[in-house]
Design a protein around this ligand. Structure first.
Ligand code: C2E
Ligand code: CA
Ligand code: CA
Length: 590
């Protein structure tokens, strides 16, 4: 046996991953039998391809050579003095074979052994007695080809994985990948007591961009948003596009840096910078919801829900808002869901009631009318005011049937005796919601109820708010014209709180302007407030509107308003909203 196991030049010190620069095929021949080695070398010599051959006569020497440089192929004798070929192979594969093809050479024909070797990562199994130039060439070429196929397969599998885990538009991770990461992050955080936050981002009004600028521009904007988000997140944070204009960031913090808010603020800051897209300058805004592990929940799916909920809250608060999940928020949502559910049976279950708040002539301080204000006798929660359920009814659309009930009921009351002791009627005002006008035939509804009950349309007043007018002014105008044509009066409610435009006032068939109670807040002490109230009343009068001053709570407020010319008062100072029977009593003594 040769004392030096490495029979040729010592291997170079290149790292084994780096393929040699020469075109030569590098082969490591491992055999303790010099004769066998020689016959192998002879067989290889017939090749036309330039070869670089390194020989080793023991397993250890082979492993050393293998570890030190790259080989295209290893011809490995199964029987070696220090270990068998399978051990050598296994130790080679644990360091990963890379692009090396291993061919096992053996003196015995043993199928089971052959199978074991292939399983351990060998590409071929050749009997020594069959060694010939062609056989070896074929084995090496086949091994290399097979190896290339394996690599391609691996690559396409990697490509598929990317396809499955990556968002094609932005190149960010997608929802699928995010869900996986979230679960493993939570598991790890649980194990190591880490803290992490899930930030849910949703662009505000992105639909507008798509609708007005086209989808191509929308896509470009999403890409730009993704790039900006990439800049802000830290290494190790997980950023993904959940879909549409929704993004999520999973961020980890150690005990000293729990300030997820700073990150959220930075996100808003980079996103609100204008973007140049196709030569146009566009801006966007974002709503961010934050849920924190483990404070809010220790469950992955729950954390997602919490962040989502917080994001919706942020969205409802306007543009570029950041909102944290909280128990409160959770309770509010649960309550909302419950109210929404219960509301379905409110009309059919006779749980709704109209209260009336008297309206008072400023001249003689006698009742001239009443505003119908809805109440809900909830079976378990008791008497609820409109502030507790009307916005829900408005978002769900239930307001349409509730509103119809209000008009029907008010007309019934007017017919049945909501009048003064001498029999003369009082005016009754009902509130109409924007959705009721948009989604139902309000004209037919009012007309039918007037005809059905025979009430004088002049005694009926509908109150609309300014928010109604921003949506679709022309259509609203046409509908209100028809309502006015029925003889019903129209009042603009809460005047001065919304998007007031004086232009609306002259376009709509209004008879009455209700000055919002906020104008009385600093009456009589606020000098400017007094002048403003006075000017408002004068302006309304100059357009021939009657003026109702709402929210009168003190004698002084009534007196000052009267001195400025207010026609009618409505407020707690005179009377709170009350049940029908109580109003009838009050009318008797008025
Ligand atoms: P609104 O139309 O401005 O009604 C006046 C609200 O101010 C009433 O609250 C009334 O109780 C309250 N108020 C009256 N005088 C005073 C006062 O002196 N001080 C204070 N602080 N408040 C006073 P309410 O009954 O809770 O109704 C709230 C809102 O709900 C109403 O505001 C109206 O916008 C809406 N609403 C009530 N009933 C209906 C309805 O049947 N249909 C629709 N669509 N909306 C309704
Ligand atoms: Ca009103
Ligand atoms: Ca009002």
């Amino acid at each position: 046996m040769n004392p030096n196991p490495l029979l040729s030049d010592p291997p170079s010190v290149e790292s084994k991953d780096v393929a040699p620069k020469s075109e030569a095929v590098r082969i490591l021949v491992v055999d303790d039998d010099e004769v066998d080695r020689m016959s192998i070398l002879r067989a290889l010599r017939h090749w036309t391809t330039p070869l670089e051959i390194v020989e080793a006569s023991t397993g250890e020497a082979a492993l050393e050579a293998f570890g030190a440089s790259h080989f295209d192929a290893v011809l490995l004798d199964y029987r070696l003095p220090d270990m068998d070929g399978l051990d050598v192979l296994r130790r080679m594969t644990s360091g990963q074979l890379g692009s090396t093809a291993v061919i096992i050479l053996t003196g015995m024909d043993n199928d089971a052994l052959a199978e074991q070797c292939i399983e351990a990562g060998a590409q071929d199994f050749v009997l020594k007695q069959e060694i010939s130039s062609r056989r070896l060439l074929r084995a090496i070429m086949h091994a290399r080809m097979r190896h290339k196929i394996e690599l391609d397969l691996l690559e396409s599998r990697e490509h598929l994985r990317k396809l499955a885990e990556q968002d094609q538009l932005t190149g960010l991770a997608n929802r699928y990948f995010f869900d996986q990461s979230l679960r493993s992050a939570i598991a790890r955080a649980n194990r190591y007591n880490e803290s992490l936050a899930l930030l849910m981002l949703d662009l505000d009004d992105f639909k507008l961009v798509n609708d007005s600028q086209g989808h191509d521009v929308g896509d470009l904007m999403l890409r730009m948003v993704a790039d900006r988000l990439r800049e802000v997140v830290r290494d190790g944070d997980i950023l993904c596009r959940l879909g549409g204009d929704e993004f999520a960031i999973l961020t980890f913090r150690d005990g000293h840096d729990l300030n997820f808010h700073l990150l959220a603020e930075r996100l808003v800051k980079v996103l609100i910078e204008p973007m140049m897209i196709n030569g146009a300058q566009l801006t966007t805004a974002v709503s961010i919801g934050i849920a924190v592990f483990p404070e809010n929940t220790t469950d992955a799916a729950e954390l997602f829900k919490c962040a989502d909920l917080a994001m919706y809250r942020a969205k409802s608060e306007g543009h570029n808002q950041i909102c944290y999940f909280s128990e409160d928020l959770q309770n509010q949502v649960e309550r909302r869901v419950q109210v929404e559910y219960d509301l379905r049976s409110a009309v059919s279950g006779n749980q709704l009631e109209l209260f009336y708040q008297p309206q008072i002539y400023s001249e003689d301080e006698k009742i001239c009318g009443a505003e119908a204000l809805i109440r809900w006798n909830h079976p378990t929660r008791g008497l609820m005011g409109p502030g507790e359920f009307l916005d829900i009814a408005e978002t769900t659309g239930q307001i349409v049937s509730i509103g119809a009930w209000v008009i029907e009921t008010a007309c019934n009351h007017m017919k049945e005796g909501l009048r003064r002791p001498d029999g003369s009627p009082i005016k009754v005002a009902v509130n109409i919601s924007p959705r009721q006008i948009r989604e139902s035939d309000i004209v037919a509804l009012i007309r039918d109820n007037i005809e059905r009950t025979g009430v004088n349309p002049h005694d009926l007043l509908v109150e609309v708010t300014e928010s109604l007018l921003i949506d679709d002014l022309e259509r609203t105008q046409a509908i209100l014209d028809e309502v006015a044509a029925l003889g019903v009066q129209i009042a603009i409610d809460d005047f001065g709180t919304g998007y007031s435009s004086l232009a609306y006032l002259k376009m709509l068939p209004l008879s009455t302007l209700k000055v919002d109670k906020s104008f009385l807040d600093y009456i009589p002490e606020g000098e400017k407030d007094c002048r403003m109230l006075k000017a408002l009343i004068q302006m309304a009068h100059s357009m021939d509107f009657k003026v109702v001053v709402e929210g009168v709570e003190t004698r002084e407020q009534a007196d000052v308003s009267r001195s400025y010319g207010a026609d009618i008062f409505q407020g707690y100072y005179f009377a709170k909203p009350m049940p029908l029977l109580q109003l009838e009593e009050r009318l008797k003594n008025d």
